[in-house]
Design a protein around this ligand. Structure first.
Ligand code: GAR
Length: 220
C-alpha cells in the first residue's frame, strides 16, 4: 500500500481513474491528500465526492516557485505522502520538492516523450502530421518533461482528427497507464537505472507493431 498525494490543476479525470481503481481494489494505494493550485476546479469536487481530503494552495500567493513548493512539501509531509502524483498539475516543480521526493514524483504527459513536451500538445501533433501519438508516465526530474520514462501508450492519429478528438483518444489510455505505473511502484517493481526504468517481473510487450495508414497490398 502506497500513500499518494495527488496534485491537480483542472478537471481531474486522471484523479478519477486513480480513485476508481483504488475503490475497485485494483490499485494498492490510498490518496492521503489532493492539492489544487487553482481554486474551484472540478478535481476538488471529485475528491469531495469520494471523501478524500483536499485543499487549495494557490501559487499566486507565493512570490517564488520555491516558496510555493515549500508549502506543498509541508502539506505532503503532514499527510505522510510517499509518492507524489502530478495529475494534470500545470506547474513546474522545483528542486525543493524533487529533492525531498527523489524519483518519487510521477507525472503524466499527453504525448510520446521526448516528442512534444510542453502543454496543449494535441493541435501541435495534428499540425505536424504525425501518424501516431500517445502518452507517457515518467518520474519527474529537474528538467521540463525530461525524467525517466516508466510507461507509454500509443494511439493512431487520423486524418480528420482535431485537437479535441486526439485528446479524447489519448486520455483514455492515460487513465490506464497512470494507475499501472502507480501499481508497479506500489509493488516495488520499478528500478531506475540512469535514464531507464525497469519493471521487474513484468513480461515484455509482445513483438508487435502498428502501421498507420495500414499496409494492405504488401501484406503477406
Ligand atoms: C491530461 O491530459 C494530462 O496528460 C495533462 O493534462 C491533462 C489533465 O487532465 N498534463 C499535462 O499536460 C502536464 N504537462 P485531467 O485533469 O482530466 O486529468
Amino acid at each position: 500500500m502506497v500513500n499518494l498525494g495527488v496534485l491537480v490543476s483542472g478537471s481531474g479525470s486522471n484523479l478519477q481513474a486513480i480513485i476508481d481503481n483504488i475503490e475497485a481494489g485494483r490499485l494498492d494505494a490510498q490518496i492521503k491528500i489532493v492539492i489544487s493550485n487553482v481554486p474551484g476546479v472540478y478535481a476538488l469536487e471529485r475528491a469531495r465526492t469520494h471523501a478524500i481530503p483536499s485543499m487549495v494552495i494557490s501559487h499566486k500567493e507565493y512570490k517564488k516557485r520555491e516558496d510555493f513548493d515549500q508549502k506543498l512539501l509541508e502539506v505532503l509531509k503532514t499527510h505522510e505522502v510517499e509518492l507524489v502524483i502530478l495529475a494534470g498539475f500545470m506547474r513546474i516543480v522545483t528542486p525543493v520538492l524533487l529533492r525531498a521526493f527523489p524519483m518519487r514524483v510521477m507525472n503524466i504527459h499527453p504525448a510520446l516523450l521526448p516528442s512534444f513536451p510542453g502543454t496543449h500538445v494535441w493541435q501541435t501533433e495534428v499540425d505536424y502530421g504525425v501518424k501516431f501519438a500517445g502518452c507517457t508516465v515518467h518520474f519527474v526530474d529537474e528538467g521540463p518533461d525530461t525524467g525517466p520514462i516508466i510507461i507509454q501508450a500509443v494511439v493512431p492519429v487520423y486524418d480528420d482528427d482535431t485537437a479535441d478528438t486526439l485528446n479524447a483518444r489519448i486520455l483514455k489510455q492515460e487513465h490506464k497507464i497512470f494507475s499501472q505505473a502507480i501499481q508497479l511502484y506500489a509493488e516495488g517493481r520499478l528500478k531506475v537505472q540512469g535514464r531507464r526504468v525497469l519493471a521487474e517481473g513484468i513480461p515484455q510487450a509482445p513483438d508487435s507493431f502498428m502501421i498507420n495508414p495500414p499496409v494492405t497490398i504488401f501484406e503477406r
